[in-house]
Design a binder for this molecule. Structure first.
Ligand code: IMP
Ligand code: MG
Length: 181
């Protein structure tokens, strides 16, 4: 596949759609196994998780519901700023088995700042599923229970992930190309 240009940067193919679908099915199989005879509430963190959430949800066979919230702490290519809940939590989470869905966990700040608010609703359990994790970028103690891909600390886009709003529609995941390559 060819390189693509988004805003001022060049990106190259990194994880193709078949590989993504395979890992999503693997995660779904783990969840179907772990929550057999339980009822699950998936809680997707918008915007980035929507493709992962849709594909994962289709593969679940356990009794499940899905809801979305919006948190925001990311601008351009560096994580920062204050975490805020832009779209609030409407579901009752009390005594529910919640699985948070993230597209990617970078520093972990977004989720780390949100977890106390989540736990205040007294869910029965909370687990985290992230399509991608960047362990070298992690700065907050976040335990990810289900992860699709572990990558080095580089910027990626596609399959829901954006670079300043663009690139979410790409079916494959692309990585920022080294300017010297
Ligand atoms: P964190 O709070 O630093 O863990 O950042 C998490 C959020 O930043 C993710 O949910 C993404 O929306 C965004 N993000 C982190 N890394 C990337 C990346 O490589 N590409 C696109 N978005 C990213
Ligand atoms: Mg996100």
């Amino acid at each position: 596949m060819e390189d693509i240009r988004i805003h001022d940067k060049t990106f190259t193919t990194f994880i193709d759609r078949q590989e993504i679908q395979q890992r999503v099915q693997d995660i779904a199989a783990q969840i179907n196994h772990d929550y057999l005879n339980e009822k699950v509430l998936l809680l997707g963190i918008l915007n980035g998780c929507f493709m992962f959430a849709a594909d994962l949800f289709r593969c679940l066979t356990v009794e499940c519901e899905i809801s979305f919230i919006k948190l925001s702490s990311y601008q351009g290519m560096s994580s920062g700023g204050n975490v805020q809940t832009a779209i609030g939590l409407k579901e009752s989470l009390k005594d529910r088995h919640v699985i948070i869905l993230e597209d990617i966990i970078d520093t972990g700040k977004t989720l780390y700042s949100f977890l106390p608010e989540l736990h205040a609703h007294q869910p029965a359990s909370v687990k985290i599923a992230s399509l991608v994790i960047k362990p070298d970028a992690l700065k907050y103690p976040i335990h990810v229970d289900y992860s699709g891909f572990t990558i080095e600390n580089k910027f990626i886009l596609g399959y829901g992930l954006d670079y300043d709003g663009l690139g979410r529609n790409l079916p494959d995941i692309y990585i920022l190309k080294d300017p010297n390559s």
